[in-house]
Design a binder for this molecule. Structure first.
Ligand code: AMP
Ligand code: ZN
Length: 491
């Protein structure tokens, strides 16, 4: 498997350093708001990488995706909401878990929250190691990393050393692009802010130290194999993670750096820009569903553009993604009909169409070629867009075979298995199937409405009871009364 490595700016052959298991860390959501579909572009790309490593390259994977539940923004927003930090952020952790499942993300091995006591402890240990190694200084109650103490600071972002301002401090978690300054590790807490003391004095973590500490604690010893995130994190976040981790351990932090390009959106006045909460141009999964699209269509949209290229979001692009996905699912539905309708002469004892007898090796070769081509595209730096091209070529060819009555049941089974194999990486067909199987109205809502209808009938409010029945009917749910019990089924 070849992967582009931001550290070397080259595509390189990838294999884990130890035990055939990939140790991988992806920066997770800052839980001050619900994740938007820009964030999920990155998370889906990391999920595709995970699946490719597992199902195509046959490596084990141990993956950590954190929740950044303490930083400038989470503190500010929890204060505005008048809620304790952990309680405030918990609602967005839950929303993330729901959205991630709806988009078909495989659960990962660890989802630590920065404020878990063992992580705060690990941050304290990392900072103590940095102090011992002479990389820090204290000023105005905070602890800073002095970038001039690390000669190769800037190696990931390829920073111009003349532009570095060692000695000039920055307290904010995010700062200007390519303006390298000493950054804060441990911040003095202001009145009313949450505070901890893991043996380095009271304060609260800077954003960068959180990821270094969680990655080293859960995936160490360094180097880990892959560190992932959106391109906006290369500088300063990932550069500073390297500085902290390598400054503390004296060993390379991560061998590969995997960065996902942005999801962009058109603004009528400003033109195309990154989808970002701070720009106020975000959509989340609920907005997608409210527009009548299913999460599987969004996942398909992500798959259609290589992760190294910007992805332009629009409702037209969503409609096209839905159409393309439907072409595959329509083909699979057609295949089911072939499976049910035709028999090989030897199976059913009656002769099939004359072309069938010779078709099997032809189909087998076609499937084998497509499988190999699919794997080659995925192994080529996770080129899902090209892999989908292979899938469509196969759909086209096999539709013609069906038109010519050249497929029989055994062929159709082999075709289905090939598509299942593709989908272990793509994760979009199984997602669509799961959506199809789910009732169009949540089950607890149906139960609640059945109870409400029962109560209305008891109160002899038949108009209301009828309204509830019709409302559910319009949403695809049929109610059936037998005696005093009511059952429901999909229309
Ligand atoms: P944040 O919650 O801001 O820490 O971001 C979580 C992840 O989403 C990070 O890996 C970001 O780089 C990524 N991200 C943020 N905005 C976008 C976007 N518009 N397109 C793709 N990834 C993004
Ligand atoms: Zn991070």
């Amino acid at each position: 498997m070849r992967l582009y490595n931001t550290l070397t700016r080259r595509e390189e052959e990838f294999a884990p350093a130890r035990d055939n298991t990939v140790r991988m860390y992806a920066c997770g959501l800052t839980v001050y708001a619900r994740g938007h579909i820009g964030n999920f572009r990155t998370f889906v790309a990391v999920d595709l990488l995970r699946r490719a490593l597992k199902y195509e390259a046959s490596f084990g994977v141990r993956e950590v995706v954190n929740f950044t539940d303490v930083d400038d923004r989470t503190i500010l927003e929890s204060q505005k909401a008048g809620m304790p930090l952990r309680e405030y952020t918990a609602q967005y952790v839950t929303a993330f878990e729901r959205d991630a499942a709806a988009l078909g993300l495989e659960p990962v091995e660890e989802n630590p929250r920065a404020t878990d006591p063992e992580n705060i402890e690990a941050m304290g240990e990392t900072i103590k190691a940095l102090e011992r190694n002479g990389h820090t200084y204290r000023s105005d109650g905070s602890i800073y990393f002095r970038i001039s103490t690390l000669p190769d600071y800037g190696k990931l972002a390829r920073l111009d050393h003349d532009g570095m301002k060692s000695g000039a401090r920055v307290d904010a978690d995010k700062y200007d692009k390519e303006d390298a300054r000493d950054f804060v590790l441990w911040k003095e807490t202001k009145p009313g802010e949450p505070t901890w003391d893991p043996g380095i004095g009271p304060g609260r973590p800077g954003w960068h130290i959180e990821c270094s500490a969680m990655a080293l604690r859960l995936l160490g010893p360094p180097p880990i194999d892959i560190h992932a995130g959106g391109v906006d994190l290369i500088f300063p976040h990932h550069e500073n993670e390297i500085a902290q981790s390598e400054g503390a351990t004296g060993t390379q932090f991560s061998r590969f750096w995997f960065h996902v390009e942005h999801l962009m959106i058109d603004d009528e006045e400003k033109g195309e820009e990154k989808m970002s909460k701070s720009l106020g141009n975000v959509f989340n999964l609920e907005d997608i569903v409210q527009r009548g699209f299913r999460p599987s269509a969004l996942r398909y949209l992500y798959l259609g553009v290589h992760y190294h290229k910007q992805l332009r979001f629009s409702w037209t692009a969503m409609a096209q993604a839905e159409e393309a996905l439907k072409r595959i699912t329509d083909f699979l539905a057609r295949l089911a009909f072939v499976e049910a309708a035709t028999r090989r002469p030897d199976e059913a004892g009656c002769p099939g169409p004359s072309a069938v007898e010779g078709s099997r090796p032809v189909i087998a070769t076609q499937l084998d070629d497509a499988s190999k081509a699919f794997s080659a595209r995925i192994a080529d730096d996770l080129n899902t867009a090209a892999a989908l091209g292979v899938v469509f070529d196969l759909v086209r060819a096999l539709n013609t075979s069906i038109d010519n009555r050249e497929l029989d049941k055994a062929d159709a089974d082999a075709v289905r298995q090939t598509f299942e194999r593709f989908d272990r990486v793509l994760g979009v067909l199984s997602l669509r199937r799961a959506e199809d199987e789910k009732p169009p109205v949540p089950v607890d809502e149906i139960d609640r409405l059945i109870e409400a209808r029962k109560a209305a009938r008891l109160a002899r409010n038949f108009a209301e009871a009828d309204r509830i029945r019709k409302d559910l009917d319009a949403r695809g749910i049929l109610l059936e009364d037998t005696g005093s019990t009511t059952r429901w089924k999909r229309k």
